[in-house]
Design a protein around this ligand. Sequence first.
Ligand SMILES: [Zn+2]
Length: 322
Amino acid sequence: MMLKPRNFPLWLDKLEALKRRLSPDHRRFADITQDHYYNKAGWRGEKELDYQLDYLVAAEDYVILQDLRLKGQLGREFQVDTIIIFRSFIVVVEAKNYRGTLYFDQAHNQLTQTYENVEKGLPDPIAQVKLQTRHLHFWLAEHGYPPIPIHYFIAISNPRTIIKSSPGYTEAIDRVIHAQQVNRRLSELQLTFRNSVLSSAELQRIGNDLIAADQPYDRNILEFYKIDRNEILTGVPCRECKFIPMKRVHGSWACKRCGAASMDAHVQALKEFSLIFGERASNRELRWFLQARSPHVVKRLMEKLDADCQGEGKARRFILRF
Ligand SMILES: [Zn+2]
């Protein structure tokens, strides 16, 4: 059963919001556009793996957990894409959405991707997942679980991607597969690992312990890209033509470019504010961001949205939850 499905990544939402709020000639615009592209491709790859896992028919109990961030050996954090726990073994699957031809080079622990005649070096995901499995072994021992075999796969989500490896690189040959093969390979593993290590109750307990230990990481995107808040474009965006800013006229928002009017266009702006700056905002900050004329306008808009508040007077903050 699926115990913890993955959510749409918050970081991808943040990248989208930031991209919309930077001028295309901003010094970081190209980097952010590229990071956004790769993050989105990664998300699509994970969804393709999920689609395949929907068909998982196991002869025994299993639980699936996705998108976990845990503390492993030496207190170091590690992230796992997908963990499938059976009673006799565990499988860690890392989805990769790579196109073109991949060449896994054992001597240099490197992956070379060739796409549209451009060759690019990437870190070898095999080394990455092996480290995750080491951390996971450590985590399980630390939480009092019996030793259990941990297997792993790198699932390439694009069925047209060609996978090659240096001769004798058995891990690349065995463990790097197309996402479409995952179910068949899991069935094979069920025949290999027949001795149950965990009871059904323990299986559930591991799943619940992992969820309890999950520490989602919430980075501040402005700090990450070293962008000052004054570089962010302010204003309420027009839903029809994307123009920023709309103007507040007689209690609604008006677009001076396409003439559209909206009662709730500020909701999108508030959502972007919370992704870029965080969910707590003063009246002054929102007035600046919405380009509202007075504190009363902000107060009224937030009252209509039934937004929670914390603090009094100057320390008063609206809590933006979307
Ligand atoms: Zn417009």
